[in-house]
Design a protein. Structure first.
Length: 204
């Protein structure tokens, strides 16, 4: 099992990378990592992702009690819900990437099978219906899509899950790439043939 110090450092690195890659604005979004069966580390409320430090992170138990650190992200409840729903998930990324948000705000479904990487990393991407950020209604809406490794959020942003921080981050970057590609191609965005999609799914 990875140490808390290591996971703190890796989570901060991923947050800064999100900011550097323009996948989120400074205080937007949140990230978390499962520390063990009973605890997670999560980014604090309103934290600038480009200036985050290891000590800024909040340690919480799975019931939502803060063990150490300041005020957790307003979205901590759907993070906890996703961890409880998916024992194999060890990291969650939520942010507001521009092209993901554009697709989700237009009400379009994401065409995640335009390229092989989209199939391998994302597959089908549902859109979570809009609910007020931080609300119990949003938690319920997110958990309705808990089986998906990646999801758009109507008029809000995107969520990815992974077995590792790297996998969750890679999925978010790929999700934004696919959304950008869809925006550029418009109605001419044709998915891969179904037979090829099935072949790729077998490779995962």
């Amino acid at each position: 099992m990875m140490s808390e110090a290591f996971l703190r450092r890796r989570l901060v690195e991923c947050c800064k990378l999100l900011y550097q890659r323009n996948l989120t604005v400074s205080a937007g979004g949140n990230m978390s990592v499962r520390l063990d069966d009973k605890h997670i580390l999560i980014t604090p409320s309103g934290a600038n992702k480009g200036m985050l430090t290891d000590d800024d992170l909040v340690l919480m138990d799975m019931k939502g009690k803060v063990i150490s650190g300041g005020k957790p992200s307003i979205e901590h409840r759907f993070h906890l819900g996703l961890y409880q729903a998916n024992p194999e998930v060890n990291a969650i990324v939520h942010c507001h990437p521009l092209y993901c948000l554009a697709v989700a705000t237009k009400g379009e479904p994401l065409k995640s099978t335009l390229t092989p990487e989209g199939v391998l990393l994302l597959d089908q991407v549902p859109t979570v219906r809009y609910e007020t950020p931080g609300s119990e209604e949003l938690v319920k809406a997110v958990l309705e899509c808990s089986d998906a490794p990646a999801m758009l959020m109507a008029k809000h942003g995107a969520i990815t899950q992974g077995r590792t921080l790297e996998e969750a981050f890679n999925r978010m970057e790929e999700l934004e790439f696919q959304a950008h590609l869809q925006i550029i191609l418009g109605n001419s965005a044709e998915p891969l043939p179904l037979e090829e999609v099935e072949k790729l799914r077998e490779m995962r």
